[in-house]
Design a protein around this ligand. Structure first.
Ligand code: OAD
Length: 243
């Protein structure tokens, strides 16, 4: 019996996505050859300590990410997930680790950016990052003053850095505890808590499916592996689920 025979048409689906789903749109992933972490040290650009030490360098790193996002478009994988959400009888929640806006531009509505959004910012001087965010389409710079408190130097990209708590964890764990199907797309399984979501879904009795170019670090936790580029495998998976 295939795992697909165990999936009823009104089941709850949680989809976790990582950098691999945006790779065919032209955005670099983090790990592996040509990955962003090959050219930069996490400690230099993706921690609160790095921002305190050298905010200009951190801004430069995320200004480049922001520019990159503006030049690319959602691919067939993003669009297929939006179609699944629209047509599926049960709930479909997409939890992305990605800071780009390709899921929303692809049409996803029920979406959580657990690691933040590069097109948003907040002022670390007058906000804890949990409230309203500022839209941020252009470069950030150290000398910019916050419109709210007037302090210069506090504006930071709305990114969850290493050592900080990802967003909406309560809502995510509730969804995982109630899900019937968990799909992981284009993520290497290196970064927790996202890498632990599949275990939580297994505890709920969910069917677990991994779509990746290769087996991830946590591949053993998946019932089904669909190997290949997300732009092909995800539309095929969605067609199969909707059939
Ligand atoms: P990684 O760069 O660690 O992993 C990308 C994954 O995508 C790998 O497993 C690749 O095999 C797979 N992949 C690449 N191209 C693909 C394609 N076309 N189709 C399908 N799969 C493909 O990126 P993430 O797992 O997203 O966090 O990284 C997790 C977190 O680590 C990021 O959110 C970021 C990073 O540090 C923060 O910065 C807080």
């Amino acid at each position: 019996m295939s795992v697909f025979d165990q999936i009823s048409p009104d089941s709850s689906i949680v989809v976790l996505t990582g950098a691999g789903i945006s790779a065919e749109s032209g955005l670099a992933t983090f790990r592996g050859a040509d990955g962003l972490w090959e050219g930069h040290r996490v400690e230099d650009v993706a921690t609160p300590e790095a921002f305190a030490r050298d905010p200009a360098l951190v801004h430069e790193f995320y200004n480049l990410r922001r520019k990159g996002v503006k030049d690319v478009h959602p691919n067939d994988a993003h669009k297929a997930l939006a179609e699944l959400e629209q047509k599926w009888l049960g709930e479909v929640l997409v939890v992305t680790q990605n800071i780009d806006d390709l899921h929303e531009r692809g049409g996803s509505k029920n979406l959580i950016h657990m690691h933040g959004e590069v097109l948003k910012a907040f002022c670390a001087n007058c906000s804890d990052g949990m409230g309203d965010k500022i839209d941020c389409v252009d470069d950030l710079a150290v000398e910019m003053a916050c419109e709210n408190c007037g302090y210069a130097g506090g504006l930071r990209p709305d990114i969850v850095w290493f050592g900080e708590m990802p967003y909406q964890m309560e809502r995510i764990f509730e969804a995982l505890q109630n899900c019937d199907v968990f799909v992981s797309i284009g993520t290497s399984g290196n970064v927790y808590p996202a890498a632990g979501f599949v275990r939580e879904a297994l505890l709920s009795g969910a069917v677990t499916i991994e779509c990746n170019l290769e087996h991830s670090m946590i591949a053993n936790d998946f019932h089904e592996h669909i190997t290949g580029p997300a732009g092909e495998t995800v539309p095929a998976l969605v067609r199969r689920l909707l059939a």
